[in-house]
Design a protein around this ligand. Structure first.
Ligand SMILES: Nc1nc2c(c(=O)[nH]1)N[C@H]1C(S)=C(S)[C@@H](COP(=O)(O)O)O[C@H]1N2
Ligand SMILES: [Mo]
Length: 326
């Protein structure tokens, strides 16, 4: 048994628990009759003992990794240990707490079809391994900043999102990419909570999606990505708060209207479409000035656009009268 005293920041973080506050309250009100709390507890136990990565024998993409590192993306801090990142996750499909890594192992990664539809030359579906075969994979060291004011650094493997947009061949009438996570309550107990607007949805403008920094992550730490990080295909847009980084994507729809994301539907006053990182714009319930760096027990100043302003600030120069930072 591993019983430890919660560190000082734990209490503070429990108070800010932004994305969970609403869902937890409803979970509580819904009572225990659903059996969900039992499943969540099992997830917690597995999370401490269970595997953190996919065994190579069941993942046909394992031999693609490791991939060459793109030296253009450097970090101002150490990489977060894999063992830390793999055990502290947000993935509401598997529970509204951070210890979902055990429960997430129930996710089946093959077959995994990805649909491209909406305003494209010709809609199509493609299996993840055929998609991987079309893309030039590289490694990028990225920071990640959750709206809850914790952060990590991670070596993602994957490919630029602009290559995925090129494959989709959107029409000029497409202004946004709408992305969707799988929807399967049989493997993801969180999706039995019908009050949440499943599946998880996120969106970017085409300009954002084709910016150099927008990355489709398919692996991490030189291996296929662990399920809890959103295997087999997950978005990494490090200048935006973590909830934009949609996991386990099954659909890309090219659309003319701005999509409404999962969190925007639940709490529109707190989670908007743009969600660009800005230490000077507090969340309605807490400051965004600093962040707790996972695995270090330290707090550091949060940077505008999470330190990536040079690459992305120009995208927002001409947008007036919108909440760009929450
Ligand atoms: N489908 C889906 N994607 C998701 C989430 C989720 O609950 N479901 N949580 C988001 C949030 S709030 C964060 S901070 C990151 C966490 O990624 P990590 O667990 O790999 O650190 O995933 C994002 N993507
Ligand atoms: Mo988050």
């Amino acid at each position: 048994m591993n019983i430890r005293k919660p560190p000082k920041w734990a209490l503070k973080e429990a108070l800010t628990t932004p994305e969970s506050v609403f869902a937890n309250r409803r979970e509580f009100l819904a009572g225990m009759g659903l059996g969900f709390s039992g499943l969540a507890a099992a997830g917690v136990l597995l999370g401490q003992e269970g595997p953190s990565t996919i065994p190579a024998e069941i993942d046909p993409s394992a031999n693609l990794y490791p991939v060459p590192r793109n030296a253009a993306f450097t970090l101002d801090r150490a990489l977060t240990a894999e063992s830390v990142n793999a055990k502290w996750n947000n993935f509401y499909e598997f529970g509204s707490h951070k210890e979902i890594s055990g429960a997430a192992q129930a996710l089946k990664l093959r077959p995994w079809m990805v649909t491209f539809d909406g305003l494209v030359e010709k809609p199509f579906e493609i299996g993840i391994d055929d998609l991987l075969a079309k893309m030039k994979l590289e490694e990028r060291l990225y920071r990640h900043r959750c709206v809850e004011a914790w952060s990590m650094t991670i070596p993602w493997s994957g490919f630029p999102m602009k290559d995925l947009v090129a494959l989709a061949k959107p029409l000029s009438s497409a202004k946004y990419v709408r992305m969707e996570t799988f929807n399967n309550p049989a493997v993801a107990p969180g999706q039995k909570q019908t009050w949440n607007p499943w599946p998880y949805v996120e969106g970017l403008t085409i300009e954002e999606a084709t910016n150099e920094l927008a990355f489709m992550a398919t692996g991490a730490y030189g291996k296929p990505m662990a399920k809890q990080h959103g295997a087999p295909l997950r978005l990494a847009v490090p200048w935006k708060y973590g909830f934009k980084h949609i996991k386990s994507i099954t659909r890309f729809s090219f659309v003319a209207e701005r999509p409404v994301s999962f969190w925007e539907k639940i709490l529109p006053a707190e989670y908007g479409f743009w969600a660009n990182i800005n230490p000077e714009v507090p969340h309605p319930r807490w400051s965004q000035a600093t962040e707790r760096v996972l695995g270090t027990e330290t707090r550091v100043a949060t940077l505008p656009y999470n330190g990536y302003g040079e690459l992305v600030a120009h995208l927002y120069k001409n947008i007036k009268g919108e909440r760009l930072y929450t």
